[in-house]
Ligand binder design. Sequence first.
Ligand SMILES: O=C(O)C1=C[C@@H](OP(=O)(O)O)[C@@H](O)[C@H](O)C1
Ligand SMILES: C=C(OP(=O)(O)O)C(=O)O
Length: 429
Amino acid sequence: MEHITLAPIARVNGTVALPGSKSISNRTLLLAALAKGTTTVKGLLAADDIHYMLEALKALEIKWEQTGESRDFIVHGAAGAFPVKTAELFLGNAGTAFRPLTAALALCQGHYTLSGVARMHERPIGDLVNALREAGADITCTGTEGYPPLAIQPATFNGQVIKVKGNVSSQFLTALLMALPLTGQAVTIEVIGELISKPYIDITLKLMAKFGVQVEQKGWGSFSIAKGQAYQSPGTIEVEGDASSASYFLAAGAIGGGKVRVTGMGSDSIQGDKRFAEALALMGAEITWGSHFIEAAPPKNGQLTGIDADMNHIPDAAMTLAVVALFAKGPTTLRNIASWRVKETDRLSAMATELRKVGASVIEGKDFITVTPPESLIADAAIDTYDDHRMAMCFSLVAIKGVAVQINDPQCTAKTFPTYFEELAKISA
Ligand SMILES: O=C(O)C1=C[C@@H](OP(=O)(O)O)[C@@H](O)[C@H](O)C1
Ligand SMILES: C=C(OP(=O)(O)O)C(=O)O
């Protein structure tokens, strides 16, 4: 297996220009594809998840072009439903492509199949499929009921009130929100039970508003779209830097003896993961906020402290804290993170296994993890990454003011951050 060996990094210092946000890139591409008019998308993320969305749009005969070598793309919108009525889409392991495209295609009166990598076929989609079916959609799970792959057939949509469960993934609600304006009808989405990962719904609503569709929100339980709204290109959208990707560098700054600044997003960001910096501050890190940057440095007294906190609002960036916990005084407990089990891998189990390899004592709960740091880290651990980009990026932090560490299959960062290890090297001394 390919691996990368990171020697202990004595000090980190410098500035990282963040790659584009995955969540904003894929939402913007889909909204631009459904909108009337041409949209220039600036600073699109270059990574596998976005590649799958771009290729899917191409298969659906949405015209787009890249401006030279830049990350600026021009998308020619279809002004409504996709023009192509038959397509086979392969979407890798990109939740932000798979879930929203499922909902949009269910309303397009065509014959479509959607599939992904083996792990995508183990990630639940039943709550979204059932919500769409109850509104008349014809969707078959061609493997196991409740999971991809999916086959969609033409059907009459008749939903006025659509109920969806929110406790497995917020992407199901996001998918319905983005797709339903295609019907042109008044529709209300009711969320049954708890809604997790709420800040991602804010990203969805803010981007829909940029494309001219307003949603009337009542708390987190009801979302209404008035009749006759349709997406309209806003002209240009600038993709912010990725706040989840920022977490590794901010954590490095908090651990590593110097200041690390990330640019491309800051206090003005629409991404919930900016609040990772608040969690780091709770551990004692010195955080400086700008409207378009965040900077992290170690605590004034040099010692991070463990925390016990609810992480439901930042599930992706919370993984980074589990590794920062290795450098803190006392245990750290991250709570309300059951969704970790249905992401790129079972992240609760993977995180517990790999943290133990470097010497931590770990309690793996059903929906929480407690990490007690070892007296001293075990050197030269070979970290397995489970085809999970975040496992690879998180465990690189072990080297910062710590010990040498081997990361197996480092290319898995391609899902959201293909150049991660190069960027880390640039701020390492
Ligand atoms: O909507 C989004 O862009 C995302 C929502 C979150 O998923 P869940 O809602 O499944 O927690 C997050 O983990 C994922 O990386 C991106
Ligand atoms: C959960 C993640 O991805 P996805 O968008 O595929 O759900 C992630 O990037 O951590």
